[in-house]
Design a protein around this ligand. Structure first.
Ligand SMILES: Cc1cc2nc3c(=O)[nH]c(=O)nc-3n(C[C@H](O)[C@H](O)[C@H](O)COP(=O)(O)O)c2cc1C
Length: 353
């Protein structure tokens, strides 16, 4: 049954989905007498690489963010030593939902393709591509799923992961994650837009409300070290990847995704961009239908969006010392609503500790 010697799995996980998947693989492999080493790559520190010359199978598990692999995983893979024909597999967890009895899948975009391409350039051979529709954790968009739904989706995923592991261990290649290639390629421009701009905007939509007691847990646990303390309150840096770990795990439920603030930022930078772009067109008499102008205006718009959101976020951070501002920001955040559940991995699942 088992054609592989041992497995090294590297994972990043905001809210535990990719982590659970990694431990399911390890558990199944151990049952088949394959040694495994599972490591999380938080902050890209304290990570052991496989000994040089060893023939471990390598696995990378990570969440899908904006139709792409989580940026920290892309950085990790880009910095990985050269492969010399070594075999790897990739597993991306996506945002799965369930409507009545119907399991709804997420969308990968380039989440498998881009890491596979980087690994290919480094001399690795990708023998497994697997998408996994775990319960969606994106609670800035929707309330966290109910526990029975989480359980049902997770159980289904566990079976899929174990089957995937057995196939790989038996020496078979798994290309299941590439079946949606046409749709994935169609949405790849959105993946690019998210990567170069969208994620920085989202990073600036987290705030700590007046329930924050400065326990420091979010700062300590952030996988990208993107939360710092400014004026005795957590402050999210641009490097935040919106992995949702902080907002879902805050013991005080004090972290919000500030929808009202996001609208203010949006209005501010759209007006600013429109003004700047129209000034440039008029001043330089540029042909606004040219490709060059299309490219330049997009770059300018994204830069404007990031710069203005960052500046306004800093301003609001100080302004929220005043109670009325703090309350205004808090009560224009949908995540404040009592039914807006946080996403919690299963409590009785041994891989969630
Ligand atoms: C900022 C953000 C972006 C996301 N983008 C996608 C996406 O493009 N496609 C998708 O299927 N799921 C998306 N999701 C859902 C997560 O990928 C999914 O819930 C994943 O299983 C979370 O894994 P984790 O708990 O290991 O972080 C996104 C979630 C977040 C927070």
């Amino acid at each position: 049954m088992n054609n592989r010697g041992s497995i090294y799995i590297y994972y990043i996980s905001g809210t535990g989905n990719a982590r659970s998947a990694s431990y399911w693989i390890a558990d199944e492999a151990e049952k088949n007498n394959v040694n495994t080493r599972v490591q999380q790559i938080d902050r890209l520190i304290d990570i052991d690489l496989p000994p040089a010359g060893s023939d471990h199978l390598l696995g990378f598990a990570f969440p899908t963010h904006g139709f792409n692999a989580a940026p920290i995983m892309l950085r990790f893979i880009a910095g990985f030593p050269r492969g010399r024909g070594k075999e790897v597999f990739l597993l991306n967890t996506r945002g799965g939902l369930k409507l009545s009895k119907l399991f709804l899948p997420g969308l990968s975009g380039v989440a498998l393709l881009l890491p596979a391409f980087i690994l290919f350039l480094k001399g690795y051979r990708c023998i497994g591509f697997r998408q996994l529709d775990m319960p969606s954790n994106w609670i800035s968009l929707h309330p966290g799923l109910r526990q029975p739904v989480i359980e049902s989706i997770s159980n289904r995923c566990e079976r899929i992961v174990r089957k995937f592991t057995r196939k790989i261990l038996s020496g078979k290649n798994v290309y299941r994650g590439l079946f949606s290639l046409p749709a994935d390629l169609i949405i790849s421009p959105i993946a690019l837009a998210y990567y170069v701009g969208g994620r920085f905007f989202l990073a600036k939509t987290f705030i700590a409300n007046n329930k924050c007691n400065n326990c420091g847990l979010c700062i300590k646990e952030c996988p990208t070290a993107s939360i710092i303390e400014i004026s005795k309150r957590p402050y999210w840096k641009l490097s935040c990847e919106s992995c949702m770990r902080c907002i879902n795990n805050c013991p005080q439920r004090a972290i919000e995704s500030a929808h009202g603030l996001a609208i203010v930022f949006w209005l501010a930078f759209s007006s600013f961009n429109a003004l700047i772009l129209s000034l440039i067109v008029n001043y330089f008499t540029i042909e606004s239908s040219s490709t060059l102008w299309w490219l330049a205006s997009n770059i300018l718009s994204i830069a404007g969006m990031v710069a203005i959101s960052a500046a306004l976020y800093r301003l609001f951070h100080y302004a929220m010392a005043a109670r009325p501002v703090k309350y205004l920001v808090r009560f224009t955040s949908l995540t404040t609503l009592p039914f807006w559940r946080r996403y919690k991995r299963l409590k009785n699942n041994k891989t969630t500790t």
